[in-house]
Design a protein around this ligand. Sequence first.
Ligand code: ITT
Length: 196
Amino acid sequence: MKQEENMIYFVTGNGYKFNEILDLFSKEHVKYNLKQNNIKTIEIQAINIKEVASFKLNSIKGQIDGTYFVEDAGFFVDTPLNGFPGVYSSYIMKTIGNKGLLRLIDDFENTEAHFTSVIALYFKPHNKNYFFEGKIQGKISRTIRGSGGFGFDPVFLPNVMPSMTFAELTTEEKNSISHRGLAWIKFIRFLKENMN
Ligand code: ITT
C-alpha cells in the first residue's frame, strides 16, 4: 500500500469517539493510519440516523482526497417518549441534559430505550459509500449514575447488564456491547477484507 492509500480520515468533533476507534484499530491490527479531521459537516434533522449520516458524509465530498468516514448516533426513548430525542439527541443533551430527560419520564414505571449508531464510509478504492450499523436495547435508570463515557451513558441500563449504567462500565466493557462497538466491528471487518 502506498503512503496515502494507507490513510483514513475520521471526520468528527468528538475526541472520545476518535480515541475509541483508535484503540480498536490497534487491538484489531488494522493497518490503516487513522487521522481525526475536524472539518465542518452538515447535520440535517432527518427522521433516522442513517439519513443524517449519509447527508453528513456527502457534505464532505471534494474536501478530503482519500478514504474518510463519519459516525452518527442517537438515543431513542421508545417508552414512554415514542423515540424522542432520537435525531435531536445532541440538542437535548446540550439543553436539558440527563436531569431534564429523567424529569420527562418521572411518572412512568416502565421504560424502553435504545442507542443506534451508523458509520458512513466513503471508500476511495471503490469510489463508493458503505454503511455499518449497530443497536443496543435497554432501559432508563431512575437516577444519574457513573462517571465514564459521555452523553446519555449515566442513565442507560443495557438489557445485557441491567444493573449497571453505561457510565459505570469500563470503556472496554461498554465497547464490547454498545451500538457503536457493534458498528465498529462490522466496519473493521470490511476494512480488513478490502485491504490490499
Ligand atoms: P460528531 O462530531 O461525530 O457528530 P457528536 O458528539 O455530535 O459527534 P452524535 O451526533 O453522533 O455525536 O451523537 C448525538 C448525541 O447522542 C451525542 O451528543 C450524545 O449526547 C448522544 N450519544 C451518542 N452516542 C452516545 C453514547 O455512546 N453514549 C451516550 N450518549 C451518546
